[in-house]
Design a protein around this ligand. Structure first.
Ligand SMILES: Cc1cc2nc3c(=O)[nH]c(=O)nc-3n(C[C@H](O)[C@H](O)[C@H](O)COP(=O)(O)O)c2cc1C
Length: 173
């Protein structure tokens, strides 16, 4: 088992997956439990996670994401949706506009790191037509999809990509 720092360093976007090795239900469950462990505003967990494993569902995701074909070739896609109405009950405008999106995004981040620890690969996909996704998967109209995680056993081991120097992004006051 990798420690946290190794897990973070080993996460790279994987876009080619083993077609002969579907993700086991137990592994997916473990990943979802880690998503659920993420912090959320007021502990409301104002998000919904939609698991898409059918061929048709993954093809729909591929289509609404501008034909990103690897979405149709993964074992499962996890669609993280903000639930603005849930956050708004307690936090009004700020919950609706910001906290629900943050809750869903943090949960997706935890899930992505958990895939690495579980020996899986994933890519975060943010480029998609929100409205077409909601309609295509017949989701509740009030949900706002914020990220698709394509998850599966890797069939490639991409090299790390360079990062900006910390000095460019970090300020001390
Ligand atoms: C908000 C967001 C949106 C992204 N959208 C896409 C996408 O639509 N398609 C894709 O292939 N990768 C997408 N990515 C993955 C990035 O391209 C990738 O994380 C980045 O190039 C760094 O590479 P790494 O993940 O291997 O470290 C997205 C990542 C984030 C955080």
């Amino acid at each position: 088992m990798w420690d946290f720092f190794e897990t973070v360093r080993h996460r790279h976007s994987v876009r080619r997956f083993r077609s002969d090795m579907p993700v086991e239900r137990e592994k997916l469950h473990a990943v979802l439990e880690m998503a659920s462990a993420a912090p959320s505003a007021g502990d409301l967990q104002a998000y919904r996670i939609v698991i898409v494993s059918s061929d048709e569902g993954r093809r729909t995701l591929s289509r609404v994401a501008g034909d990103q074909t690897f979405l149709a070739e993964t074992s499962a896609c996890l669609v993280f949706c903000a639930d603005p109405l849930r956050s708004a009950t307690q936090y009004g405008e700020r919950g609706r506009e910001l906290y629900a999106v943050q809750d869903a995004t943090i949960a997706a981040t935890y899930a992505q790191l958990a895939t690495v620890a579980a020996g899986l690969g994933s890519t975060w996909v943010g480029s998609f037509d929100e409205k077409a996704l909601v309609e295509g998967l017949k989701l509740e109209a009030s949900l706002r999809p914020v990220a698709i995680l394509a998850v599966g056993y890797p069939a490639e081991w991409p090299d790390p990509t360079p990062r900006r120097h910390l000095d460019e992004m970090v300020e001390y006051r």
